[in-house]
Design a protein around this ligand. Structure first.
Ligand code: ADP
Length: 369
């Protein structure tokens, strides 16, 4: 499959008066295939929007180059910069709201009008775009008279009207309520199927990214942490950060002494396999639904139920393991009461080094800017 969006060694450094230089994007290498839905995911300040803005052409590059559909559009070395309107992209940006003073028709016709497309072709193409976004019949209405979902469809219609090969979507659903977000996700995927464009989707919402993406890039503090399919990222995160960012996580501080593992604050052994060469202070990570809660002492860690919480589709238990409270979720049929004794078994936990406090402080600083 051809690579339609390629970033090579792309770096962006912002120079600020108060904080000095900030490396917003640090040496990104990304290849997005034709027809793929590729998400940028990460906490606020990790560099998602800056990357998207560089692809769109709203931001120049400190270093590196970007290729779109086989054509170089930005290169720091060659001092090349193709402006956004010549990059052939469709865009739905959060900040690019629809224009309230223009009718639905004029909003959608706008990208064609500035390209001086003739009137009869504009009419045909706008009608087609409105049909695919379920807006037919609302041509003369002003956006203010429509719902949030319909307004977002205007933005989508405006993006597809030019028949782009690449669509950039920056948090396009963030103003909508959860139910509508889900509907719009399906609509975006259906449009993609129909028109075959490649999507870059920016979001900080992991479940949304998981639902919509073929592959995702998870970034943190201007660095790419991992690129993979949603399933691989969830099941095989390469760092504690990615583990924590995708779905609910439980981290237990442990110490490996000899061939035995002890949770911090406990001298009861935790019977889990130790990877080659691992020793000293470590973190063991798991998901709340990958911890077994039993009455069998075999290979289990003895504890008790501190708290039982009824959730609609499962029960959640809080169980102390060493000095930590571990969250365990089970089907309702596995029934324990508060203060009952129990045994805890960890199913294939993943091991990580202990996070250093400096990393956490840096991440928080970026989110405040
Ligand atoms: P995200 O989209 O993931 O929230 P951004 O790409 O907006 O992150 O920002 C990445 C980093 O770059 C942040 O630390 C942000 O403060 C900084 N940044 C973004 N735009 C500018 C700018 N115009 N001037 C200075 N710093 C900026």
């Amino acid at each position: 499959m051809a690579d339609q969006i390629v970033l090579r060694n792309v770096t962006k450094i912002f120079t600020t008066k108060t904080l000095g230089d900030i490396t917003a994007v640090d040496n990104f290498n990304i290849s997005v295939h034709e027809g793929e839905c590729f998400s940028f995911l990460g906490p606020s300040g990790c560099g998602k929007s800056t990357t998207l803005r560089m692809i769109a052409g709203f931001e120049d590059l400190t270093n590196g180059e970007i290729e779109l559909c086989g054509k170089l559009v930005s290169s720091s070395e060659k001092k090349l910069y193709i402006p956004p309107e010549e990059r052939g992209l469709g865009m739905v940006f959060q900040a690019f709201a629809v224009w309230p003073h223009m009718t639905v028709f004029d909003n959608v016709a706008f990208p064609l009008a500035i390209k001086k497309v003739n009137k009869s072709e504009i009419k045909t193409r706008v009608a087609e775009a409105l049909k695919h976004t379920s807006l037919t019949g609302l041509e003369d209405v002003y956006p203010g008279e429509l719902s949030g979902g319909q307004q977002q469809r205007i933005a989508l219609a405006r993006a597809i009207v030019t028949n782009p090969k690449v669509m950039l979507l920056d948090e396009p659903l963030s103003n909508l309520d959860p139910k509508l977000r889900e509907t719009m996700r399906f609509e975006i995927k259906a449009l993609q199927k129909k028109f075959g464009f490649t999507i870059i989707f920016v979001t900080h919402d992991q479940s949304e990214a998981m639902a919509i993406s073929d592959r995702m890039m998870v970034c943190d503090m201007g660095k790419i942490m991992q690129i993979d399919t949603p399933e691989n990222l969830y099941n095989h995160p390469n760092s504690r950060f990615v583990h924590n960012f995708l779905g609910e996580s439980t981290f237990i501080n442990v110490e490996v002494k000899g061939k035995k593992v002890y949770p911090v604050g406990s001298n009861q052994e935790l019977k889990i396999a130790i990877p080659e060469g691992v020793t000293g202070k470590m973190v063991v990570a798991t998901r709340p639904n990958e911890i077994e809660l039993t009455t069998s002492s075999e290979d289990g860690y003895k504890s008790h139920i501190e708290k039982r919480i009824f959730l609609t589709d499962r029960t959640e238990y809080l169980v102390p393991v060493g000095e930590q409270m571990v969250k365990i979720q089970t089907p309702h049929r596995i029934r324990f009461n508060e203060q009952d004794g129990c045994y805890v078994k960890f199913i294939e936990p993943i091991w990580y080094p202990v996070d250093d406090a400096a990393t956490e402080a840096e991440r928080n600083k970026r989110q405040l800017i």
